[in-house]
Design a protein around this ligand. Structure first.
Ligand code: ZN
Length: 60
């Protein structure tokens, strides 16, 4: 499960199934892009982050 931890200056991408995974993004959209890439690589059986990313893109 991908989650984003946003602060005023940065967004940290976390994966609840990979305690060692953390990545920095410039924005929430970028965070979801990174999370979706991680999910596709590490958890191809789930699509939570990719689904969220596609909804963000549909709004943009
Ligand atoms: Zn993971």
């Amino acid at each position: 499960m991908i989650s984003l931890d946003s602060t005023p200056v940065s967004t940290v991408v976390l994966c609840s199934r990979c305690p060692g995974f953390a990545d920095l993004a410039d924005s929430r959209a970028e965070g979801w892009r990174i999370g979706a890439a991680h999910e596709e690589r590490a958890h191809p059986e789930t699509d939570q982050a990719r689904d969220t990313l596609s909804k963000i893109r549909a709004r943009a």
